[in-house]
Design a protein around this ligand. Sequence first.
Ligand code: GLN
Length: 201
Amino acid sequence: MTKIGVLALQGAVREHICQIESLDCEAIAVKTIEDLNCLDGLILPGGESTTMRKLLDRYHLLEPIQTLAQQGIPMFGTCAGLILLAKEITGLKIHHLGLMDVIVERNSFGRQKDSFEVELPIPSIGNDIPAVFIRAPHIVSVGDNVEILATYEKRIVLAKDGQFLGCSFHPELTKDVRVLQYFIDMVNDFTKTSLTKINTK
Ligand code: GLN
């Protein structure tokens, strides 16, 4: 069974776990280094990125997650999770995991609209994907190998950089599992490719 970890230090953890289980995958709440063992994919949820960074440091998880990424394990960051993944954050001198070749800006959808839901057309997934934005970041610019999968109000809100998928919104706060299914397909493709490599050695 495909094993998907959800970083469980803070934020929208339970909702991701429910969606993962609804797609017949095993969900692991990741709180310690040991929880990272044997994962096929990892989700970094929404919440508050500065708080999550403090907790990543406190529980010594930052480097082990970077090591997991070097092994090619697919990772999906939603909202604050996208900020954790990004190589650069506007206005900040530091990054967090610094894995995905994108520059993100925090809290970019304005105060009055702190929280709203829209239907997004995402050509590679579906043309009516419900997306909840809560004090959401957006992707300001992307590296050469990054695929832009969706925009909203001319801002990039979903992108894929090889093994990394990042979105501004919260797909897990809706009943629609198509974005998660897209990530699980990435995970299953990776698992198949690495098994083929082992078998042909
Ligand atoms: N604004 C938050 C941050 O900068 C992200 C919000 C969210 O994850 N819903 O971390």
